[in-house]
Ligand binder design. Structure first.
Ligand code: ADE
Length: 254
């Protein structure tokens, strides 16, 4: 997958896109990340990329020309064809979720525009038919961190980005519950012990313990998710009648 990123701060992407899983995906050729510095495209003598907003108000607005020129370099002078995806990172946008990430992960090429200051001229968004996407209901100082969050979380759904040991869909959050508690060696650290059940090789008991742990954690921190999960109870299909009754009892108590 090719990912073009339009930004005023290309250095911010160092590390995030060169190390760990994303770095490995780039080396393997699964991800081709192309970072363009918007300032390189400005025709302004002073290298300006923003100006005061029409109608007044605080802050500066990124103007059309450099962003148009950068996009024309990617898509050609005739503009964007229908099936190309261009995203604009913005707190005004649709908040990303699993479905949005899965849909993006099958694209051949996407482009992400990172905004700054008070935003970008609306004509950029409309002419290039951009989708505004947000990473949550809070405001960051620019679109770079949100773009990194988007690329990282989306990449996990691209086949072969994760190793065989990791699986994007096995993450508990995607089944509707929060992830259960994890432990590793030693069993006893300064008297702090690992739950006994995890030590034995009883896979069924471990699975049940993890499910109960996930349910309790979700009830405590994300009641909204638990209420949704209760409708289908994903992950309980293989349980015996007795085990299902036990889960029902726990749910009643919470
Ligand atoms: N830019 C600033 N805040 C943002 C957010 N929450 N999501 C996406 N882009 C942003």
């Amino acid at each position: 997958m090719k990912i073009n990123i339009l930004t005023l701060f290309p250095e911010m992407f160092n590390g995030v896109f060169t190390d760990s899983i994303l770095g490995r995906a780039r080396e393997k050729g699964i991800l081709d990340i192309n970072i363009l510095n918007i300032r390189d495209f400005t025709l302004d003598k002073a290298k300006k990329v923003d100006d005061t907003p029409y109608g007044g108000g605080a802050g500066m607005v990124m103007f059309c020309q450099p962003i148009f020129s950068a996009l024309e370099k990617i898509y050609g002078l005739e503009g964007k064809s229908k099936n190309k995806k261009i995203l604009y990172m913005s707190p005004r946008g649709k908040v990303i979720n699993e479905n949005i990430l899965r849909d993006l992960a099958v694209e051949e090429e996407i482009t992400i525009l990172c905004g700054h200051y008070e935003g970008v001229d609306q004509r950029v968004l409309e002419y290039w038919d951009m989708e505004e996407v947000s990473i949550g209901d809070y405001v960051l100082t620019g679109g770079e961190l949100p773009a990194m969050v988007l690329v990282d979380s989306m990449s996990r759904f691209i086949p072969d980005v994760l190793g065989t040991m990791e699986s994007a869909t096995e993450e508990s959050i995607y089944s509707g519950l929060l992830e259960y508690d994890q432990y590793t060696k030693p069993f006893d650290f300064k008297g702090l012990k690992v739950p006994e059940v995890l030590k034995g090789g009883n896979h069924k008991a471990i699975k049940l313990w993890r499910l109960e742990n996930s349910i309790r954690r979700t009830a405590k921190f994300r009641r909204d998710l638990l209420d949704k999960w209760k409708i289908n109870k994903t992950g309980t299909e293989d349980l015996t009648k007795k085990e299902k009754n036990n889960i029902e009892k726990i749910l009643m108590e919470l």
